[in-house]
Design a protein around this ligand. Structure first.
Ligand code: ATP
Ligand code: MG
Length: 260
């Protein structure tokens, strides 16, 4: 199914207009508006509980539940995300998600990367599947690590290779947007450096939206940075500007370390 086109306006990788979200009576997002350009890396920072995961999870409909309600408008990869007509499986093919803890499937290294194709593109010829798998591992820079053990259990890989595998397995489906919710928080410094390098390699090819608690990481990896507080998007600007010349007093206080 083709995405439900977002009517009017420029085409962004993602945009929101006064997006609000309630869990029951609790308002977790408060009229959030933004426009994210294709190919850029956007980091999302703010104190615990400010709504970072809620926002990123909205982008591929992971907050859907009978007690969750949204208002406003959200488009991602040209999908009108909240429309009841949106094909959620197709949305999740085009908008991949990487979590805090690497969560490979209990399958072999090869099968982890082929799984998405089997789910979403069953008719892909076998030779093409193998090529797409190889390319995915090459893109994330781990082909040499896995080429001789493709049939081993994915759980046998180190934590950072498991996280790279979780990114690699999205790529054969040619996603437009990669959502990452604290993708480095379970990794050691070498693993963090490896995943940050990978993000830099993917810049321009995919739009990356990355939640991080690590302000230094936000400064290292992102082109632009969003600061959220209590469900509100306080400031969204070039990363250097946000850290060196924040426009909002609340942003300034946060980057000085005055919120938890
Ligand atoms: N499924 C849910 N039901 C009810 N409330 C929720 C649910 N998920 C999150 N919340 C609440 O919504 C608010 C935002 O949570 P969210 O997980 O988006 O914050 P966060 O910025 O990602 O925090 P952290 O940095 O700790 O991961 C919090 O007050 C949280 O308790
Ligand atoms: Mg979170």
């Amino acid at each position: 199914m083709t995405p439900t086109p977002a009517p009017g306006g420029p085409v962004h990788a993602s945009s929101a207009t006064e997006l609000s979200l309630w869990y029951g009576k609790f308002r977790a997002l408060d009229k959030v508006s933004f426009a994210i350009n294709a190919g850029e890396i956007v980091s999302l920072i703010g104190p615990s509980g400010c709504g970072k995961s809620t926002l990123i999870r909205c982008m591929n409909r992971m907050n859907d539940s009978p007690t969750t309600r949204t208002e406003g408008r959200l488009t991602v990869a040209n999908y009108d995300v909240q429309s009841p007509n949106t094909d959620v499986l197709a949305l999740r093919r085009d908008v991949g998600m990487v979590f805090q803890r690497p969560n490979p499937l209990p399958l072999s290294i090869r099968e982890n990367v082929l799984f998405g194709l089997k789910l979403h593109a069953r008719s892909t010829p076998r030779a093409d599947q193998e090529r797409l798998m190889t390319e995915a591992f090459e893109t994330v820079g781990m082909w040499d690590d896995v080429k001789d053990k493709l049939n081993d259990d994915a759980e046998s890989l180190s934590l950072d290779l498991r996280q790279k595998l979780c990114i690699a397995r999205l790529l054969p489906l040619k996603p437009k947007v990669l959502l990452m919710d604290e993708p480095c928080s379970a990794l050691d410094p070498d693993g963090i450096a490896a995943v940050e390098e990978l993000m830099a390699e993917l810049r321009g090819h995919y739009t990356q939206i990355v939640v991080t608690h690590n302000m230094q990481q936000a400064r290292r990896v992102s082109d632009r940075c969003m600061f959220m507080l209590m469900g509100e998007l306080v400031e969204f600007t070039d990363t250097d500007d946000l850290f060196l010349a924040p426009q909002d007093e609340r942003t300034a206080r946060y980057i000085e370390g005055r919120y938890g």
